[in-house]
Design a protein around this ligand. Sequence first.
Ligand code: FE
Length: 383
Amino acid sequence: MKGFKNVKVYITGEGIKTLSVGVENGKIAYIGEDAEKITEPYPYKEGQTVIPGFVDEHIHGAVGSDAMDASEEALSAIASALPKEGTTTFLATTMTQSPERIKAALKNACEYIEKDKKEGARVLGVHLEGPYICDKFKGAQPGEYIAKPESKSFDDYYETSGGNIKLVTMAPENDEGYKFIEYLCSKGITVSAGHSDATFETVREASEKGVKCITHTYNGQRGLHHRDIGVVGGAFSLDNVATEIICDLIHVSAPAIKLLIKNKPHDKVILITDAMRAKGLEDGISELGGQTVYVKNGEARLENGALAGSTLKMNVAVKNLVKSCGVPFCGAVDFATINPAKNLGVDKLYGSIEEGKFADFTVLDGEFNVQLTVRGGEVVYNA
Ligand code: FE
């Protein structure tokens, strides 16, 4: 069978071991010491480590394309670029925009997912970021399209997406009686508080009603004040709530990342890239949500200086965590693999190297460079 023969491999929760990993029908069929089972080995060199493929639950675009472009070519370009940074699964992330444009993006994502393409990274579903957010912390989301959370417009979006909306970022303070949150939860959708001016009390109540994640913690939300610890304080103190973090050392400083990690259970920190279309391109003029974005030294900003997504690559996020934040290698890998899979409720099939799960692997060298990426048993990137 296909697989890795006698390699250094990270087994989630156990550590790095020397083992062989066999693949059949796109799934992991064998993990053990019998290297003879592997008759068609993937390329692998001494000094490399096999880890699970990264899961990016919050990414808008890359290499000149954006999920909001609403074209098959755009999603295909993003999906094809992501294995270079070790990502094998992602959520196409939408923006606050007119209902027509959001629906065009959702319809496109639905059609793309239904084609079940095997090249590049897998589009697992959609992260609906907005339009149900607050104006004060809209960040780079265009304010004129912000909408009040209610199930009628959402039903329209959900149907258009073919039921593929897996994650919704919304401002819980605008949801009277937390009815919308409960509605999303009843559909099995993960609800994340973000672009929100909620008080701590609101975040706490919302978490009891089903909010189980904080979107790009620290960015686009009410900060921590000692008389109201806000959304950031909610991220710190609510153990059952997962926390996304953009680990590019631009959106959030290394001490702030360390502080968050120190305050969270290990399985509640999630690395995201929040990347936009300028990722993988040279500095210059770009676009996000219909607005002009200026990219300089990899920093993407609107004219007013607001950060407008990132150009972060997931393997670099992991590297930053290890090198600048003192997180052990295996722990940093968990933040980009099993933790997002758990947050989305798909950890039975994704997020770790385990028999029965999809054969999604990333092979890193000692400097966190991606050398090989395998998705569903097929090589989708080979440096
Ligand atoms: Fe955002």
